[in-house]
Every structure is written in C-alpha cells, then in structure tokens.
Design a binder for this molecule. Structure first.
Ligand code: ADP
Ligand code: MG
Length: 676
C-alpha cells in the first residue's frame, strides 16, 4: 500500500476513469486524496416528514413504498417515489432519470437530501440526493452523500462529485494512516492546528462547519509554511556566502554624488531611498539578493545604472539581463548615454559581439546565460523584468561569476505580503512613487459599436502632429508563435489599407530579426511612423516618451497587470495620454477596473481575487507549487506561517530535530522546481 499507487489500480476506477481523472491532474491515490472540495452542500438539517417546509434544504430518512416513471404532458419522463417515516408520506420527484426506478429499491430505507418545494399542489422533495442507509457500504463508510455537510469537488466530464465521494471515502479509511504528522508539536499547539490526518479526513467529510474551517486552515497553513520554510532556509544559506570582490563606499562617495547630480532629472525620494538600500547591501561581504519592485515607469533603470556605476568604481564588471532583445537594445542605449561620459565601457551582447571584447557593463538577453562565458571580475548582476525568467535561468545567473551581487527588478505589482511569501529569501525594495508630473493615462473600454469612431479619433490625434499611437494585436498564445505573427501581419496590412491609408504605420513582432526590430523601433522613436502595430511583445519596458495613445485589441484576454504594463508604454512624458481597450465584452468588470485604477499593485489585488494567483503571478514560473487550499491574499495566515517558519529555523536550521518535516520539505521543493 503506497500513496503513489496509480488511480487506475484503485477499486472501481479502471482505465476509462483513470483517463478522465488525468484531466483533473489526478494520477495517484495521493492526488485523489488531495483533491479537496471547493465547497460543501449543507444537508445536515435532519427532519421528520411532517415537519418540513417549502424552501428548506433538509434530509429525511424513510422507507421507499413505491417508485415509478410517469410521463408529463409534453412527453418528458419524471420519476416519483413515495417515502414514509412513520410521521407522514412524502412524494419525491426527479426529472429525466428513468434508471432510478432500478437503483432505488422498494422496501429499503434511504436518506433523501435536497430542497423542499411545491410540486403542483403537493409539498415534495425535488431531485434530492439519495443514499441507502443499510448494507455493507453504509456500515463501513456511513453517510457520505446525505445528512451532513457534503463535499462538492471540481468535476470533469463523467466524473461527478458523487462519484468522487464514493471513491475518496473508502480510500481515506485505507490510506489515511500513511499521512504521518510532520509538523513539530510546538507549531501545532501554538497555532492550534488540527492533526494532519484529522485535517485530511475533515476537509472531505467534515463533522460540522467548524471542522471544515479548521481542516482548511491546517492544510492552508502547511502550504504557506513550507514555502516560507524553504525560502528562509535558502536565505540562511546565502547569508553564509562571501563575495569575491568586496565593494567600498567611502572612496567613491563624491563620484556617485556627481553622477547623480548630472542626471537629466532629480531622483524621486523613493529612488533615493532604494539606492541607499542597495548601497548598504553592496558594501557587505555577503552577496546582495534584492528584488526591486516598482510600477511601470517608476524609474528602475536609472537605479540599476547607479548601482552598476558603483560596481565599476570598485573595479568590477556588471551584467544586465533583459527578457527581450528589444529591451536589451534599449537598455544598452540608455546606459551608454548615461555612463560613457564617465568612462564606463558599455557593450551589447548581440550577433556581432566578440568574446574577447572588453566591457565594464554587458547588456544581453537570457541567451547569454546558456553561453559558456565566465566573467572574470563580475561584481553585480541586474535582471530586469525578473518574472520573465524561469527558475532554472535564475539559478544560472549567479554562476557567471563567483558569488556576485544580484539585483532583480520587476514591475509585476505583487502585494507586499505576497512578495514576502514568494520571495522570502530576497530582500525587497519598493519604488512606490512616480517621477513628478506624470499624468494618469485616460482609459476607456471601447465596445465594438464605437470602433469606427475610435479609429477616426486616433487619426485626428496623430495625423500631422507629434503624437503617436501603439496598436496591440490580440494575445493569441503566451509565446510568440507563427500564428500570432501572421495575425499581426494581417492586422497591420488591413489597418494600413482600409483604416489609415494616409498615415505611416510600422509593424513589430517577436519573430523579426533583432536588427529589423531595432530599425522599426527607431523609426517610431524618431517620429517617422505615426502608429506602431505590435504583438504584445512591446509589453516589457519600451520607453518612447512622445507616444500618447495605446490601443489594445481583445483586451479581455490579458491579465490586468499585463494591461497595466502595456498602458505604461504611454504617458511617459508630461503629455496627456490615452488607453483604449477594445473588447467584445464591454461590461467586463475586470476591464472596467482599468478605467478607475491606475496603481499597479491595486490592479494586481483585483486580478488576484478574480483570477487567482496562478494566472496573475505565474506561480509555476516562480517555482511555487500550486496552492490547493491557501490563498495568497490571506495576510493573517501568511504572517502566522512566516513566524512559525522563522521559529522553526531558529530552533534548528538543519531540521535534524524534525526529520519528517525535513523530508517533506525536500519533496516539496523538488516538486516545485520540476513543475516548471
Ligand atoms: P521602469 O521602472 O518602468 O523600468 P524606466 O526606468 O524605463 O521605468 O523609466 C521611465 C522613464 O522615466 C524614463 O524615460 C526615465 O528616463 C524617466 N525617469 C526615471 N526617473 C525619473 C525621475 N526621477 N524624474 C523624471 N523622469 C524619470
Ligand atoms: Mg523597465
């Protein structure tokens, strides 16, 4: 008997059902037992027949006197049973389930759970759940479909909640002893948690609502606790590492100040604070591991530039990684403009770059990671839009040198508590202030009816003016495939021919050669184009200050964070800017939020509640296993589990005192990384 037993070998499952279960991601007995209900039907009110009232949801128990099929006037079959419990006789009604007259046996005792209602002139139970309350099955399992809180599971074709209950209940009896308690006693008692086995049983078949909640809490606790334990352990381990080149601040203070003074703008207070936080880390003997979170347009690049200048002053090289070539190109230019006047050699890892070329700062995409270059004096690695990098890539980053400092940057607006959970091993900095003078981008959801009018409006704004517009094609697939490229090309051609014949349109998609992309963006930047039609690749980071209109097709297919990123491409200078969200579903509440909310983190909260963390944060990408029970919006539980993880580690970092926990954690982290 093991938890890894394939479902196919389970009594009454077999290959057909095994295939169906696979659609729900359930392959083993353990998966099945960890397929938790998402809600319960409350059939716990048990009543005598002479006391039931229309409108109530009840369970009655009685002997079936009679059951038969009847035909209605329009030829449909209904099933009628007469049930008595000594107080009264009740009529029970089903629709279109002719087989019931064979499954439900006259003379036997059953539970019926459902809604009491009028049927014609009589009070009846309509389409209730039924369950025989005698026989061997009942002796061993008790009632599982009626007379209690009944679990409702996520279902798939041919796999109903009833079917799942009948399989899960006997499995619980058999396999539950294999779930050994692994949480330290202290953690259980301090947080008043249910015991592990009890929680697994009670989440499926709770005695009452209190136990349903307690079971859910215990299992949610486990998920968040393990995530935090894993990241805190990683953090402790990293704290023991030593950098190869220890940076000094004092000798370079004035050079840094001069550099900051000569920037074309004054740093925001948030930028100044973040620079201080980073410099504090950079002066330590252990490598920095900091995540900089800042809304689109909050000015992360310049913070990176200052940090890399500091690395240069200390005689070290830096690496800047971007998720796309377009962005790498742009960063290269920005950094060159900012830093070469100070003697810093900035280079771009592109097709023409030679290995032996010298540089102080090397900019490139993740392609750089798979190359076999070791960078001799690597002091600092900056990763832009870090959520675009997978777990494996993030591991490779540090291997380019010997324990370099790491600065990750992201505009994915993750709420602070969530960030603390997902990135417990990182230190966090927030750029929570926009540069002065930025205006809100006026945003409208545009229904199909107003499409023509919107085109006319765009034409009026961009024709013969300095203003420019982006038109983003629908998101077809997550990665840039030939299909999405073809769609974008078609869209571009039809816009140019039919809608905007007298305007200058350009096209940008991810399958273009790096140099062509660059040329197209340059044409747009220098005002030689009025409109740039693009696939969603422009989402990340492009900085074209005079663009004022962002039009997005099929907006409902995007996440709010993505839309916010796209919207962030305009309104970068002090020009009034607009974002038009074209959508078939104009009443879409999620999209409507874009009209009112202009802060990325707040939009993320909305999305998190409406779509769940998997979609919003790409938890898979972060190497976090799917959360079954816990919610990343449960701030209280996040705090509790973090504290518990901290205390456990303080007591014994090696976890040797808690061997079962140690083993569980190892299995948990392996699963997390390999699920990527
Ligand atoms: P993001 O955080 O989205 O990467 P960028 O670093 O691309 O944002 O900065 C957005 C724009 O704001 C750039 O054009 C940059 O030059 C400008 N910028 C950055 N910091 C400031 C500031 N303190 N004041 C004014 N403009 C700034
Ligand atoms: Mg950026």
């Amino acid at each position: 008997m093991e938890l890894a037993t394939p479902v196919q070998n389970v009594y009454m499952v077999g290959p057909t059902y095994a295939k169906r279960l696979e659609k729900l991601g359930l392959k083993t007995v353990e998966d099945l037992l960890f397929h938790f209900p998402h809600r319960y039907e409350d059939y716990s009110l048990i009543s005598k027949i002479n006391q039931i009232k229309p409108g109530e949801t009840v369970t009655i128990q009685g002997i079936v006197n009679e059951i038969k099929n009847e035909y209605t006037k329009n030829g449909k079959k209904i099933q009628k049973a007469l049930v008595s419990d000594g107080t009264k006789i009740l009529e029970v009604t089903w629709f279109n389930q002719p087989f019931l007259i064979r499954t439900i046996k006259v003379g036997e005792t059953y539970n019926f759970s459902g809604k009491v209602n009028w049927f014609g002139h009589k009070v009846s139970l309509i389409s209730p759940e039924y369950e025989q309350v005698s026989g061997q099955r009942y002796e061993t399992l008790g009632s599982i479909h009626t007379g209690r809180l009944v679990p409702i599971y996520s279902e798939t074709y041919g796999v109903t909640s009833k079917w799942l209950r009948s399989r899960i209940a006997p499995l619980l009896n058999e396999y539950l002893p294999l779930f050994t308690e692994y949480l330290p006693d202290k953690v259980i008692s301090k947080n008043q948690l249910l015991a592990y086995q009890k929680a697994i049983r009670q989440i499926h078949f709770p005695d009452n609502q209190y136990f349903a909640d307690a079971a859910k809490k215990r299992l949610a606790f486990d998920e968040l606790f393990l995530i935090q334990l894993a990241s805190l352990k990683r953090k402790k381990r990293q704290e023991k590492e030593k950098v190869k080149y220890q940076f000094k601040i004092d000798p370079y203070q004035t050079s840094i100040e001069t550099f900051i003074k000569k920037l074309p703008f004054v740093l925001t207070r948030a930028q100044q604070r973040v620079v201080r936080e980073i410099f504090h880390d950079l002066a330590q003997p252990k490598p920095m591991n900091r995540l900089l979170e800042g809304d689109v347009g909050s000015g992360k690049t310049v913070v990176a530039a200052i940090s890399m200048y500091f690395s240069y002053l200390n005689g070290c090289q830096s690496l800047l990684l971007a998720p796309t070539e377009i962005l790498a190109n742009q960063h290269f230019k920005t950094l060159k403009d900012l830093l070469s006047p100070f003697g810093v050699k900035v280079n771009l890892r592109s097709g023409s770059f030679k290995k032996e070329e010298e540089f102080d700062i090397l900019v490139g995409t993740h392609a750089l990671l798979s190359e076999k270059i070791k960078i001799q004096k690597l002091g600092l690695v900056v990763v832009d839009e870090q959520h675009r990098f997978g777990v494996e890539q993030r591991k490779q980053i540090r291997e380019k040198g010997v324990n370099p400092h790491l600065l990750s940057m992201t505009a994915t607006p993750i709420p602070r508590t969530v960030a603390l959970t997902l990135y417990g091993d990182l230190d966090l900095s927030f750029l929570d202030e926009m540069p002065k003078g930025r205006m809100k981008v006026k945003t409208w959801v545009v229904p199909s009816l107003k499409r023509e009018a919107a085109y006319a409006w765009i034409k009026k704004r961009v024709k013969g003016t300095k203003e420019q517009a982006f038109i983003i094609c629908p998101l077809i697939e997550e990665s840039e495939t030939l299909v999405s490229v073809r769609a974008a090309t078609q869209e571009f051609e039809s816009l140019q021919k039919k809608i905007f014949p007298d305007l200058r349109l350009g096209l940008l998609h991810g399958r273009m050669k790096a140099r062509d992309k660059d040329l197209e963006i340059e044409r747009f930047r220098s005002g030689k184009l009025d409109i740039l039609v693009a696939t969603p690749v422009v989402e990340v980071g492009i900085d074209i200050p005079q663009a004022t209109i962002m039009m997005i097709e099929g907006a409902e297919r995007f996440g709010l964070a993505q839309l916010h990123q796209l919207r962030g491409r305009v309104g970068r200078a002090n020009l009034v800017s607009y974002c038009l969200l074209f959508s078939e579903s104009e009443q879409n509440q999620r999209l409507k939020a874009m009209e009112k909310i202009h802060i990325g983190a707040n939009l993320a909260e909305v999305d998190l509640q409406m779509r769940g963390p998997g979609e919003v944060l790409g938890t898979k990408q972060h190497g976090i296993p799917d959360l079954r029970v816990a919610s990343l919006t449960d701030k209280l539980l996040i705090t509790e589990t973090r504290l518990a993880a901290q205390e456990t580690i303080n007591e014994d970092l090696s976890l040797k005192k808690f061997p079962l926990l140690k083993e569980k954690l190892e299995r948990f982290t392996i699963k997390a990384v390999s699920s990527d």
